[in-house]
Design a protein around this ligand. Sequence first.
Ligand code: PLP
Length: 429
Amino acid sequence: MSQFRDDLSLASGWVADYLERVRDLPVVSQVAPGDIRSALPASPPEAPEDFATVLADLEQVLLPGVTHWNHPRFFAWFANTGSEPGVLGELLTAALNVNVMTWLSSPAGTELEVTVLDWLAQLLGLPSGLHGHIEDTASTSTIAVLAAARTLRPGGVVYASEQANFVVEKAARLVGLEYREVEVDSEFRMRADFPLDDATAVVATAGTTGTTSVDPVATLAARCAEAGVWLHVDAAYAGSAAICPELRWCLDGCEHADSIVVNPHKWLFTPMDCSTLWTRRPEAFHDAFAIRRDYMESTDAALDLKDYGPALGRRFRALKLWLVLRMYGAEGLRALIREHVRLAQLFASWVDAEPGWEVAAPHPFSTVCFHHAGSDSDEIARRANATGKLFVSTAGLGGRTVIRLAIGNGQTTEDDVRLAWEVLCASVP
Ligand code: PLP
C-alpha cells in the first residue's frame, strides 16, 4: 500500500504538471502512422514493471503521439475539457469501481445519477419530472432513443436534417429503421414542412456539428405531437449553453420533445465520456431494454438503470459530473460558457474586419465558421495546424469548405484566440 501511495503521488504530480505545461506542447501530434506502434514492444512483459518505468514510457513514447484535446488552443470539432474536478472524479470512480447496473449493484451510483440528472435539468431549464440517465456518448444515447421510439411505431422512417450528425444515421441503421435527410434553410436549419405519415421519429439538432444551427424544435414538436411521432432533440454540444438564461432559447420547444441529449463531455467541462439523456417516456425505454433473469435480482420498488439503455455494465459517470457541478457551481459554469461565447464573437469580428476573410454562417455560441475568398480552406487549416500552435478543423458548407474554430476548453484565453487568428492569417497560401 505504501508503494501505491508513492505511485499515486507520482501520478498526481504528473497530472498537475501536464495540465500546466500542455499549453506549451504542440496541439496536434506530429507523428506519422505506425510511429507509436513501432516504438512499443511487440509482446507484453513477463515480469512486473514498476509504475515509474511505465510513466516514463507514457512521457517519452506515448506523449509525442497525443493530440492534446486538453490544450487551450484545441479548436477542432467541438473542443472540450478534462477539468480538474472531472479528473478527480475519474480517479475516485476507478477506485470505487462500482457497476451501476441495478439499484442493488450500486444504490449510491443509481441515486446519484438520477439526482445529478435532475440538477442538470434544472440548470438547463428543462421541465421537471423527466427521467434522466447517463450513456457514454450521444451515439449510444441516440441508439437508445430510436430503439425506444421504435416500440411505439415500428418500421418507420427517421428524419433528421442534412446537417445532423452522422451518429443519427448510424443509430437508425443499427435499430433497422430507414433514415432520410431533410433539407435545410439558408441558415442551415432543418426545414419543418416535410411529410410525417411514414415517420417513427424526427431528430432535431440544437447546435449542429457544422455550423451550430438550431432546428425549429417548437414547430417540429407541434407537428410530431399531432402525428404521434417521437421527437428527439440532439443538443449534444449547444445544450450546455442553456445554463445561461440569455442562451436558453437554444432549447426552446424541448419541453414538448420526447427525449433530449446533452453531452457534458463536450461543453460542460466533464472528461470523456458523459452523455446525459432525458425523456418523458421512460416506459418506452423500459419496453425496449428491460430483460430479467434469475441471476440478476431486481428490487421492484427501485430503479434499475440497465433497463433504460443498451449496456448492462455501466460506469459510475455521475460521480465526475457531480464533482463538476459542485466544484464549479452553476455560476462558475455560466462564467466559462459566457467567456467562450464572448471570445467566439470577438474572433468573428476580427474575421469580418479583415479584407479577404468572411464569416460563413451565424455563430450564436462558441463556434465560428469562416473562409478566405479565393484560398483553399483545407490548405489554410493544414498549414496552421502544422505549426503546432493550434488545431482547427474544416467542414463542407453549401458546396464549399470552411474552417471551423470551436472554443470549449476551460483554459482558453483571449490571447490564445488572438494567436490562433494570427497563425491562420499567416497560413493563407
Ligand atoms: N451530435 C452532435 C450535434 C455532435 O456534434 C456530435 C459529435 O460531435 C454527436 C452528436 C456525437 O457525439 P458522441 O461523440 O458523444 O457520440
